[in-house]
Design a binder for this molecule. Structure first.
Ligand code: CAA
Length: 692
């Protein structure tokens, strides 16, 4: 064995040279890896004893892409282009042996091998679009040549990782080999290529699939149309599409030149900077300074849920989806039957759309049982209470859980804002109590706010974080305070939205500004969707608020065909003259002086107080770091990823400008706008929010 460099080895297995990369955690294409590949391939090509070359990786995965941490810095070592040219022009067959994930630059390297073999569990993809980028190492030109234009469009604009079997079907992989036998079977494959004198296949020369798409612009239009909502505001999807267009209409080298040019454009865009930040922010959120990686975990083999409502049912599905049995406890039989029925119907709907098989529906519903007896929770490892937001009910439940649940079981509440320390105080084991705040619909929304109470143990926190990952959630650890992180910040935006309407802006003005900013919908459209009557009690309603009047007129949101907006039969919203009159009457009644509110003011009034509240949260140590707040807002509240999150966005505007505006608002409208002490401090010290 020859050590080419600290991350690359070269060995000779008979007449097959094997280049092995070992650069944890994911064999990303750092300067060392590129140089190792370059020198390794050169040595293998120069070695007369080697008749073929296999490229394989140690550790959990094949190359998972360019090293994102190197972006923006000066390029050291061999270029990826040099490595690829050497591989593609090798006079000896090159085989890429793939396990784990071959992503981005990793797949682009594999596409320069003459052949690719993979184990069935491997996944392949070009996910650059999710970082606001496009594959900049020939992937945009090679993938359509292998997989066809439609497949390439789908994969590159979604960033999806295709399983090995699908990759085999589309020609991206030449052969599947047995799990655990990648190296020996890849070597045998290479040896066979030599024995059978197989050609050295260069993907770049294979034009059949791209030529088939020439003269069919509708392929591209269909992709744009089908994804218009998803692509809105992002630069990278269109850049990826254009590159594939170049693959179809231009010779390979010219296509590469288009790719290079567009790569430069997306790489320097603010959208990509925010998306790359978001990638690391999400991973950073997993790191809890006082909960070390080796904290003992509590095995979670069975979960209990209290409450079979929409929330409880949605939460249960998360666990059944990953094979963990769940028992749901309800007090009323009818509610339990209804809840289990809704779960089944949800699974069947997913199956009817092709998301899961009928067998999976059976299996998952089979994992969820119901009970009317809290004693059914005696053997669960985790119980999540998901009942009404009433402290007395929660305290009663936790008192019972304390008596019933086995020692060491995690006792979690799904409260969205009640004081978890108070809930924990009724138990003799507050160290086992934690908040697991799911967002509705709980089987769909990515965010999980994990709420640490005063006495929550490190093991309970570590287990909750790990479990979140297992069920596909993005977890953020927060502290106990009203509304926790997400809803507390939302409160600022909602308050300003309501106030703006009393100052002369209409609900659709506020919604339009926030939609144009990148949110999927504004606060009033959101209320209409959720139902204006959430928390509204008919008997107590006395026309004191705009909402009261709308609800009294049976305008309770989309479900009644009208709310803040009027809706047609296709649920398309139109500004409502009725709502406008209600608002104007209120303005007259309160003696307010309506004025023209500019779009700029709407945006600043909605967003700056959110940033300010984020700083108060950091001051009070209710979030560990500024980027955690951004992760919450992206994954739970539709903050556009290409704008990073409120704290990242605040840095782009500049902390000084945020402070100046908050002071201006405070002077005009009072202490609701009082700048956080931390905001003053950041500005005085010339820091950024990102440094917090
Ligand atoms: N560069 C640098 N670091 C990376 C990385 C990359 N491409 N991919 C992952 N990492 C790091 C993560 O930051 C994380 O570090 P910490 O442990 O310090 O937090 C570590 O590797 C493990 O990552 P995950 O926690 O995400 O592990 P996972 O097993 O859940 O997922 C993965 C592994 C699927 C590879 C996932 O990390 C991932 O999707 N990575 C990004 C892949 C990607 O986008 N590649 C394209 C890069 S851009 C490119 O290649 C441009 C080009 O055309 C040349």
């Amino acid at each position: 064995m020859t050590a080419i460099n600290p991350v690359t080895d070269l060995t000779l297995d008979g007449d097959v040279a094997v280049i092995t990369l070992n650069s944890p955690p994911v064999n990303a294409l750092s300067a060392n890896v590129r140089q190792g590949l370059y020198d390794g391939f050169k040595a293998a090509i120069d070695d007369p004893a080697a008749k073929a070359i296999v490229l394989i990786c140690d550790g959990r995965t094949f190359i998972a892409g360019a090293d994102i941490t190197e972006f923006g810095g000066a390029m050291a070592g061999a270029s990826l282009f040099d490595v690829q040219t050497m591989m593609e022009n090798s006079p000896k067959p090159v085989v890429a042996a793939i396990h784990g994930t071959a992503l981005g630059g990793g797949l682009e390297v594999a596409l320069c091998a003459h052949y690719r073999v993979a184990v069935p569990s491997a996944r392949l993809g070009l996910p650059e679009v999710n970082l606001g980028l496009l594959p900049g190492a020939g992937g945009t030109q090679r993938l359509p040549r292998v997989a066809g234009v439609e497949k390439a469009l789908e994969m590159m604009t979604s960033g999806r990782h295709a399983p090995a079997k699908e990759a085999l079907e589309m020609g991206l992989v030449d052969e599947l080999v047995e799990e655990g036998k990648l190296k020996e079977q890849a070597i045998a494959f290479a040896r066979k290529l030599v024995a059978e004198n197989k050609p050295l296949v260069k993907v770049r020369d294979n034009n059949t699939k791209v030529e088939a798409a020439r003269g069919h612009p509708e392929i591209f239009e269909n992709c744009r149309k089908a994804n218009a909502r998803k692509f809105r505001g992002y630069k990278a999807p269109e850049a990826n599409i254009k590159c594939i267009g170049a693959a179809v209409n231009l010779p390979f080298e010219e296509g590469l030149a288009v790719e290079r040019k567009l790569f430069g454009e997306v790489m320097s865009s603010s959208e990509s900077a925010a998306q790359r930040y978001s990638f690391f922010a999400e991973r950073q959120a997993n790191k809890i300074p006082d909960v070390p990686d080796d904290t003992p975990l509590i095995p979670i083999k069975k979960v209990g849920i209290i409450g079979a409502g929409t929330m409880g049912g949605g939460i249960a599905m998360n666990f059944a989806n990953v094979g963990i049995p769940v028992v749901i406890v309800e007090v009323q039989e009818a509610a339990l039957t209804r809840g289990l029925g809704v779960i089944k119907a949800n699974y069947e709907r997913t199956a009817s759309r092709g998301g899961i098989t009928a067998q999976q529906v059976e299996q998952r519903t089979g994992l969820i049982t119901g009970s009317m007896d809290m004693n059914a929770l005696a053997d669960v490892d985790l119980v999540i209470e998901a009942v009404f937001e009433r402290m007395d009910i929660k305290k009663d439940i936790f008192t019972k859980l304390d008596a019933i649940c086995k020692p060491g079981a995690i006792l979690a509440t799904n409260t969205s804002g009640l004081n978890i320390d108070e809930i924990a105080s009724v138990t003799k084991r507050p160290e086992s109590v934690i908040g697991l705040h799911f967002f509705s619909p709980a089987n769909v929304m990515k965010l999980l706010e994990i709420v640490r109470a005063d006495h929550t143990s490190a093991s309970v926190i570590a287990t909750s974080m790990k479990l979140a990952k297992q069920i596909g959630k993005v977890a953020v650890l927060v502290g106990v305070c009203p509304g926790f992180v997400g809803n507390r910040i939302l409160g600022q935006r909602q308050r300003e939205a309501q106030k703006l309407v009393m100052e002369g802006a209409m609900p659709w003005d506020v919604d339009r500004v926030l939609y144009d900013f990148g949110f999927p919908m504004g606060p009033f459209a959101m209320s209409d969707l959720a139902g204006l009557d959430i928390g509204w009690v008919k008997e107590k309603s006395n026309g004191e608020s705009i909402r009261d009047v709308l609800c009294e007129a049976d305008r309770r949101g989309q479900k009644t065909g009208a709310g803040y907006y009027d809706y047609d039969e296709n649920r398309v919203a139109k500004p409502s003259p009725f709502t406008e009159k209600v608002i104007n009457d209120f303005i007259v009644k309160t003696g307010a002086n309506p004025r023209k509110v500019s779009d700029e003011e709407i945006l600043e009034r909605a967003i700056y107080p959110m940033i300010n509240e984020g700083l108060k949260i950091l001051e009070e140590k209710k979030a560990i770091r500024a980027s955690d707040i951004d992760v919450v807002w992206q994954n739970g509240y539709g903050w556009p990823v290409y704008r990073g999150g409120p704290m990242w966005y605040g840095d782009q505007i500049g902390p000084a400008k945020v402070l100046e505006k908050m002071k201006e608002f405070q002077a005009k409208m009072g202490d609701q706008f009082k700048p956080a002490a931390l905001l003053e401090k950041v500005v005085a010290e010339g820091k950024t929010f990102g440094s917090l």
